[in-house]
Design a protein around this ligand. Structure first.
Ligand code: URA
Length: 271
């Protein structure tokens, strides 16, 4: 009988086997509430007063989504220009993403009076670095598509959230809800004729639906403001990052852009 291996050697060999197989994280069968266990400090509550003029200490964002949404709504309503709105967003501490590694707020780029507002998902690493939405590989793809459709000079481009989610993960519905009053105020101030909703995370959040992007894309929907007072035509389409991974889907995205330009250039009927 071969001599029994030492427990350390068995553990080492087992770990090497798992590492080889690509396992680089260990999870338990049951979730552990580390906040309750005192291993992680609970997030501090949001500060109600937020002022760009008097920057206080940076505070951890809080879990009370409705308080953060109410504060976002209050700040957004007080902004009477896109510049003022951008400043309000930058000073807002209610979105947890601001405290999860983002280096700055990323708001919008393009023509503030454009007839088309493009709404993507969230800033990525390049956007976080440069402070502008859609400037990385996906952004370059978006720019090429807009240029091919003759839309380069006719767009304002933003996202559903204004801070980069860690690891470029999809923003959560709560993070999107907290930023939504600012998105809505941007729509009210820019007064576009229509919206292009880029990717599932954008389309689902703006249209308040659980339908997937492959079902939603290419079909006009009505976007409505939270109070229902404003409605705009909104067209969901595929995200350029998806097109980079699935070039065969470019045809569908191109069809969507043609659908969009046809409506954008359609002469308005006298009312
Ligand atoms: N993807 C997005 O959805 N938005 C950006 O700004 C960049 C990449």
């Amino acid at each position: 009988m071969p001599p029994a291996a030492a427990p350390d050697a068995i553990a080492e060999s087992l770990l090497a086997f798992w590492a080889e197989a690509g396992v680089d994280a260990m999870l338990l069968d049951e979730p552990v509430d580390r906040i309750a266990a005192g291993r992680i400090a609970p997030p501090k509550p949001v500060e109600r007063k937020t002022s760009a003029a008097a920057p206080g200490p940076r505070r951890a964002a809080q879990p009370d989504v409705s308080a953060a949404v109410a504060l976002a709504r209050e700040l957004a309503a007080g902004a009477d220009s896109l510049e003022a709105l951008a400043a309000a967003i930058a000073a807002f501490d209610g979105c947890p993403l601001k405290f999860e590694g983002a280096s700055q707020a990323v708001v919008w780029r393009g023509d503030p009076h454009a007839p088309l507002l493009v709404i993507g998902e969230a800033p990525g690493a390049d956007e976080d670095h440069q402070g502008q939405p859609f400037v990385g590989r996906a952004g370059q793809m978006l720019d090429r598509m807009l240029a091919a459709a003759g839309l380069s000079e006719r767009v304002l481009i933003t996202n559903t959230v204004f801070w980069r989610p860690p690891g470029n993960r999809t923003p959560t519905p709560a993070e999107q809800a907290v930023c939504a009053p600012f998105v809505e105020r941007a729509i009210a101030l820019a007064q576009p004729k229509m919206l292009l909703l880029v990717g599932g995370a954008s389309a689902k959040a703006l249209l308040k639906t659980e339908e997937g992007i492959l079902t939603l894309r290419g079909r006009w929907r009505d976007w409505r403001s939270a109070d229902g007072a404003v409605a705009l035509p909104a067209l969901p389409t595929l995200h350029p990052a998806f097109l980079l991974r699935q070039p065969a889907a470019k045809k569908q995205a191109w069809t969507d852009l043609l659908t969009l330009t046809e409506r954008l250039d359609r002469p308005e009927r006298p009312s």
